[in-house]
Design a protein. Structure first.
Length: 87
């Protein structure tokens, strides 16, 4: 499977509320044996910069900034950063 297929699979999982809850829990408790917790490795959400999104929105902002603008917790803002807002 190419990178495009992997990206599509990740985005599909992020649409699943149960999968997002699982990811949130894993990030908050420090990770999982199944994947490396890069959020914890960054030290703070201010250290995670969004460099590219499908919509172009939020590029150049930190996850902490996005969360503050949306009134959400940082971990909850990560999947939202990858989706286009509804208009």
């Amino acid at each position: 499977m190419g990178a495009g297929g992997q990206t599509a699979a990740v985005l599909e999982r992020l649409r699943d509320p149960d999968a997002r809850k699982h990811i949130h829990r894993d990030i908050e408790i420090g990770g999982s044996v199944d994947w490396e917790n890069l959020a914890a490795a960054a030290g703070t959400w201010e250290n995670i910069l969004v460099t590219e999104t499908g919509s172009g929105q939020a590029e150049g902002e930190t996850i902490a900034t996005i969360a503050a603008e949306r009134g959400t917790e940082p971990v909850g803002s990560v999947p939202c950063s990858s989706r286009r807002p509804s208009t």
